[in-house]
Design a binder for this molecule. Structure first.
Ligand code: A3P
Length: 274
């Protein structure tokens, strides 16, 4: 039997059972993917896997039965979701997700200014590896002449248009929704409303669900899923970034500009990063 036949292990009844996801947050790393999933799972019709399954990039050979076992039980009519931010930039992933549901999976991508995203990505690695070289030393082949180290992964992930091109070989534009990582912080309800609409969910999550936590400096939930208490994302979300030399940031903004323009055109929306 083909372990990657989508019907393997599916039970027939319409009661509570585990299902393959019908919607996936595919990226981008450090875009605000955890925030989006935590906000969406407040919805009674959403059931989400907690951890990142990394099925389509690292665990594909384990098959659908394994993948499905990671999903929480759901009722018919509820939407099963997961998030794995590396999917967006992994070469094999678009064809594999297409194969799961014949291209009918809904894909959400949280995008954020690629320069800030790179700094956020760097900050995360730095927190695990404090002896790492300075951001500027990694981002440039030569800082004084401004030659960008285009091969550095923290920068490559930010070439959103290049990655999108690959997705569009397997999915129609209508299957993808781009969420602004910046707006997810300044107006979370507005971005979640867009996501609810895209997912065909009743518009139940609104401004009422959020409050701005001044200590954290981010929006938090008045009540987390299944709890009555206020809830902010963990310490690894909303880290303080190190100071980066302004001329380095300027040069990187310039580097990304043509790629951003192309992405705005493909996405049909100007995200206002430059
Ligand atoms: P920083 O830690 O650089 O600020 P991901 O979940 O994809 O790894 O994204 C992490 C980013 O989500 C954080 O990056 C933070 O800016 C952003 N974010 C968006 N909304 C947030 C919220 N309500 N609480 C904490 N972080 C949030």
């Amino acid at each position: 039997a083909d372990p990657n036949n989508a019907s393997v292990g599916a039970e027939e009844d319409s009661g509570e059972r585990r299902r393959l996801p019908q919607a996936i947050i595919i990226g981008v790393k450090k875009g605000g993917t955890r925030a989006l999933l935590e906000f969406l799972r407040l919805h009674p019709d959403v059931r989400a896997a907690g951890a990142e399954p990394h099925f389509f990039d690292r665990n594909y050979q384990r098959g659908y039965r394994w993948y499905r076992s990671l999903m929480p039980p759901s009722l018919e009519g509820q939407l099963t979701m997961e998030k794995t931010p590396s999917y967006y930039v992994t070469r094999e992933t678009p064809a594999r997700i297409q194969a799961m549901a014949d291209g009918n999976t809904k894909l959400l991508v949280v995008v954020r200014d690629p320069v800030t995203r790179a700094v956020s990505d760097y900050t995360q690695t730095l927190s695990k590896r404090p002896t790492m070289p300075a951001f500027e030393a990694l981002a440039f082949r030569n800082m004084s002449t401004g030659i960008v180290e285009t091969g550095w992964n923290a920068l490559r992930i930010g070439l959103y248009a290049e990655h999108l091109q690959r997705w569009l070989q397997h999915f129609s534009r209508q299957q993808l929704l781009f969420i602004s990582g910046e707006r997810l912080v300044t107006d979370p309800a507005a971005e979640v409303t867009r996501a609810q609409h895209f997912l065909g969910l009743r518009p139940l999550i609104s401004d009422e669900n959020f409050y701005f936590n001044t200590t954290k400096g981010f929006p938090c939930l008045k009540k987390a899923e299944g709890q009555g208490r206020p809830h902010c994302l963990g310490k690894s979300k909303g880290r303080q970034h190190p100071d980066i030399r302004p001329e380095a940031l300027l040069r990187l903004r310039e580097y990304f500009r043509p790629f951003n323009r192309r992405f705005y055109e493909m996405a049909g929306h100007d995200f206002g990063w430059d």
